[in-house]
Design a protein around this ligand. Structure first.
Ligand SMILES: CC(C)(COP(=O)(O)OP(=O)(O)OC[C@H]1O[C@@H](n2cnc3c(N)ncnc32)[C@H](O)[C@@H]1OP(=O)(O)O)[C@@H](O)C(=O)NCCC(=O)NCCS
Length: 270
């Protein structure tokens, strides 16, 4: 598939390509793989997916009172296990996680693979890379919020002003685009809301685009990161933040039946 954005000749050679077609586990050092999947199509296999989860995940799943977020959690974790299993060369059930200080899940195995996951109603996105921190976020555009009020409360002054300058009809999507970009950076650091939201800024643009990150108190810190806005389909706003600028983002939509059948039919064999 043709690139949607490239920067030929730039020092970073950074680009977004929509060319991931097979979950074959091959990940060069300078790439970030972003897989997204439509969860609705997989609901029917929920009990089989559930078997891929470990006891801790099963326990977390059982604590959801409402079915929709429970199903989303199970499918997302199964998708994460299947994807990471391919990159690690192990069965999905043998992927082991540990949790960092502020709750960010990491691989327990001795590996340079890093990942982050995000889900929103009906969609899960996973970003995977090597040897660098990565964060991803996906948001479904909702109109039950007051974007300007939220922007004034949570965004930096520059972002809030940008949001106010958007045409009223576009403020919901603009708000969620900015939110996703900020959240991806927060998630890459893994420190949750202990990170001051107004201390850095990213102004969204259209399509699959590299955004300019500004860490206001420490401009030099901005240079060590790339934040990319991702176009994953109508109604969604998404972004991935990755440490170090010299990398390519490759995006693929995951159709689990290609890979999953093997695991669901013979759960004990790799
Ligand atoms: C986890 C957190 C970092 C993001 O949560 P979220 O946006 O509600 O949810 P997402 O779907 O994007 O991400 C959740 C996933 O991130 C991962 N995660 C959990 N803690 C994390 C952390 N501290 N850092 C990075 N990733 C984390 C997990 O895989 C989790 O999914 P799972 O528990 O189902 O496996 C949340 O705790 C948080 O602090 N959010 C900040 C919310 C906010 O006010 N953002 C303002 C943006 S302007």
């Amino acid at each position: 598939m043709k690139p949607t954005h490239t920067s030929p000749g730039s020092a970073t050679c950074a680009s977004v390509r929509l060319d991931l077609t097979r979950l074959d586990g091959v990940l060069p050092e300078n790439e970030v793989h972003v897989w997204h999947t439509d969860l609705a199509a997989q609901k029917t296999a929920i009990s089989a997916y559930s078997e891929l989860l470990d006891a801790d995940e099963q326990h977390r799943a059982s604590r959801f009172i409402v079915a929709a977020p429970r199903v989303q959690f199970i499918l997302s974790r199964a998708f994460l296990r299947i994807a990471l299993g391919q990159y690690l060369g192990v069965h999905p059930r043998d992927v082991r996680f540990r949790t960092a200080k502020h709750g960010k899940p990491e691989l327990a195995a001795n590996t340079d693979l890093r990942f982050n996951l995000s889900h929103t109603e009906g969609t899960t996105v996973i970003a995977i890379t090597r040897g660098r921190r990565v964060g991803v976020d996906v948001e479904r555009i909702r109109e039950n919020v007051d974007p300007v009020e939220l922007g004034d409360r949570f965004f930096s002054q520059k972002e809030a002003e940008w949001l106010r300058s958007q045409p009223a009809s576009e403020r919901f999507s603009a708000f969620f685009a900015c939110w996703a970009a900020k959240e991806s950076y927060i998630k890459a650091w893994g420190e949750g809301l202990s990170m001051p939201l107004a201390g850095f800024g990213v102004i969204p643009r259209g399509g699959n685009t590299k955004l300019e990150l500004e860490v206001y108190s420490k401009p030099e810190a901005s240079r060590g990161w790339s934040v990319w806005q991702l176009d994953l389909g109508p109604g969604l706003r998404s972004a991935v933040a990755v440490e170090e600028a010299a990398c390519s983002i490759r995006i693929g939509q995951w159709f689990p039946q290609d890979v999953v059948g093997n695991f669901l039919r013979s759960p004990s064999s790799p």
